[in-house]
Each structure stands twice: as structure tokens, then as C-alpha cells.
Design a protein around this ligand. Structure first.
Ligand code: MTE
Ligand code: MO
Length: 343
């Protein structure tokens, strides 16, 4: 994707991008994202944790991994997406992890439901604290985020200890992470060490300063919560090595991709190959939902587009919704393709 002149990625953004990799979009062809292809976002350093001495503190209880594993065990396919996905496509863009569109993955997470562990708890918010520490916005901190009690008590939240049938790898939160299906990724705190009960809303950095939709620095803004609908396509044809522009041969091409939303089920996906929006075929949902569309590609230059709609009535805008932090940009995915063949 070309950057406009004067909009070059800085060395610091490159440093972040080299650590926090995305999911190559051809991996949209996998129903379940293989572990090494799932995107990664780590604010500070990846902690090294000894599972033998590890304890999760919940209020005044300390629980071992063995105890957690002995509790009810469930596996769920969950699409996770970083709130900053699409950030580098905004103008002007926030200087942070410069995602294009690849900060997503759909994995099978296994763990124990959080709800039974919150039985009898009465408070305003639940705070989830990770083991990792760093400095952000000038503030030393441990990575932590809170959720209102009623959200933390939803049936689908997990304390996850496995990813795609194997123990969590270090980079995804070993030995235990919170998993909040439907919410942008920052909510799913990795290397979870403590769950605390708060009488009033948490005012820590990751809730009060980061992850808010705001227009200006003085604007209090609104919190980033659930994942906006999005459809992405597996880029058709083959790429040019340097520019990644797509090249395909004329004839029938089945365009495929996945769609998801954290607000409601996906109800419709549309594709535009140059003559207006047409309805795509939908597959079964497994976390995200597969879709496909048959395109009779003719020689020449084309721009393919796709967009999703969900049962809450949400869709995707043509123009990215701008905000200071570069969050929740779910603008329509467009892929230029050069089709070879004689006209
Ligand atoms: N403790 C901790 N949890 C964290 C983070 C982090 O830096 N530290 N990053 C968050 C963000 S911003 C995202 S998008 C997801 C990424 O999860 P993944 O790397 O497993 O895909 O983890 C979230 N949980
Ligand atoms: Mo993120």
C-alpha cells in the first residue's frame, strides 16, 4: 500500500512493526489461524513465567494453574482484532503500531469461564492486571484494563490457558490470559496475574488515556469497546515482491475472505469488482464467517472491494472514521489487481 509523500513510517514505528507482526492476509483462507500466523501486539516485553510458582490472585484468593485446569473447561473459536488495525491508512495518522489491515486472527481458545469465579462479587468494575511492565505516555505501569462488572460477568469470557489445542505460547500470554470475545484485543489482558474488584471506575492509563475515541488532546472522548464489522479478502492472484500489487489471469476467479463483528452476527457481505455492490455467498460462522464471490476477470486494471453488515445494522464506511489514536478504522477493504490476457 503506497504511503503518501511526507508520510513515511519512522524508524520507531518500524521497530514496533518488526516486533508486533500481523496475519498475512492470505491466511484468511484458514478457518482457524495457525498460531504463528495470528497477529501479535505486545506493549512492553514478553515476560518469562514459571508455571510451577505461578498464581492468579482473585480478590484475596491465590489460584494455581492446576486448580484452574480442574475447573470447567471450554473451547471457543474467537476472532481477535487490534483496535489499531487500519491505523496506518489514516491521514494524518497516529504515531504508534502502524497496522495496515492485518491485525487479526481467529483461534480456538481453551480455558475456564470467568463468570463462576465472580459469583457473589459486588463492585463497579473488575480490573485485570498483566505481569508485564513498561513506560507509556511517560507513565510507568503494569499493563492493566478494567471492565464494568456486568461485562466481566458475561457468559463468554474465558481465562484461557490453551491456543489451538496447545498451551499458550509466551507471546500470547503464557500461562494465562483473559479472553473477551467481541471486544477489541486490548481488553484481553495477557500474562494475567491479578483480578481486583473496584468500587469506582478505574482511571489507569489503558482505560482513561489510551483506547478512547477523541478528536483532540483535550477531548475526554469515548472508550473503545466492541469490534466494528469488517470483511477482508484474501488477495487474489499473486503479488509483486516489492509493491505487493496483485497480478491475476483473466477468467473465473473465486474471491474469498472472512467477515466478523463484535456487535452482532454477520448477516451480509458485499463485493464490488467495478460495477456496483453485489451480494457474496456466506459460509458457516466459526468465530469469523467465510464468504466468497465468483468474478469473471477481464484483462486490465481493477479495484476489488468488500464490505460486511451485521444484525445490529452496523456496516463499513467508505471513508475511514478519523480519531487521534487511530482506532477502529473499519473502512472498506480495496485491493487493486492487474489482470493479464489479450483484450
Ligand atoms: N498484558 C498485556 N496484555 C495485552 C497486551 C499487552 O501488551 N500486555 N496487548 C493487548 C493488545 S493491544 C492486543 S491487540 C492483544 C493482542 O493479543 P495477541 O498478541 O495474543 O494477538 O493483547 C492485549 N493484551
Ligand atoms: Mo491492540
Amino acid at each position: 500500500m503506497p504511503l503518501a509523500p511526507g508520510d513515511q513510517i519512522t524508524a520507531e514505528e518500524l521497530q514496533l512493526a518488526a516486533r508486533n507482526h500481523g496475519m498475512p492476509l492470505e491466511a484468511l483462507r484458514h478457518d482457524v489461524t495457525p498460531v504463528g500466523l495470528h497477529y501479535l501486539l505486545i506493549h512492553y516485553d514478553i515476560p518469562v513465567v514459571d508455571p510451577g510458582t505461578y498464581r492468579l490472585t482473585i480478590g484475596d484468593r491465590a489460584i494455581t494453574l492446576g486448580e484452574l485446569r480442574a475447573m470447567e473447561r471450554v473451547t471457543r473459536p474467537v476472532t481477535m482484532e487490534c483496535a489499531g488495525n487500519g491505523r496506518a491508512l489514516l491521514q494524518p495518522r497516529a504515531v504508534s503500531q502502524p497496522w495496515l489491515l492485518e491485525a487479526v486472527g481467529n483461534a480456538e481458545w481453551t480455558g475456564t469461564p470467568l463468570k463462576p469465579l465472580l459469583e457473589g462479587v459486588d463492585c463497579a468494575e473488575i480490573l485485570f492486571t498483566g505481569l508485564d511492565r513498561g513506560v507509556e505516555g511517560g507513565e510507568p505501569q503494569q499493563y492493566e484494563r478494567s471492565l464494568p462488572l456486568e461485562v466481566a460477568r458475561s457468559d463468554d469470557l474465558l481465562l484461557a490457558y490453551e491456543l489451538n489445542g496447545a498451551p499458550l505460547p509466551p507471546q500470547h500470554g503464557f500461562p494465562l490470559r483473559l479472553l473477551v470475545p467481541g471486544w477489541y484485543g486490548m481488553t484481553s489482558v495477557k500474562w494475567l496475574t491479578r483480578i481486583s474488584f473496584l468500587d469506582r471506575p478505574h482511571t489507569g492509563y489503558q482505560n482513561a488515556t489510551a483506547y478512547r475515541l477523541r478528536e483532540t488532546e483535550d477531548d475526554e472522548g469515548t472508550p473503545v469497546t466492541r469490534i466494528e464489522p469488517r470483511a477482508l479478502m484474501a488477495p487474489p492472484g499473486v503479488p509483486d515482491f516489492m509493491t505487493r500489487r496483485r497480478h491475476a489471469d483473466a477468467g473465473r476467479i473465486t474471491i474469498e475472505g472472512r467477515a466478523w463483528s463484535g456487535w452482532a452476527d454477520i448477516t451480509r457481505v458485499e463485493v464490488d469488482t467495478g460495477d456496483g455492490w453485489q451480494e457474496a455467498r456466506l459460509g458457516e460462522a466459526h468465530g469469523w464467517r467465510a464468504w466468497s464471490y465468483d468474478w469473471d476477470a477481464t484483462p486490465g486494471e481493477h479495484v476489488l472491494a468488500c464490505r460486511a453488515f451485521d444484525a445490529s445494522g452496523r456496516g463499513q464506511p467508505d471513508v475511514p472514521p478519523w480519531n487521534l489514536g487511530g482506532y477502529a478504522n473499519n473502512a472498506v477493504h480495496r485491493v487493486p489487481v492487474t489482470v493479464a490476457g489479450s483484450t
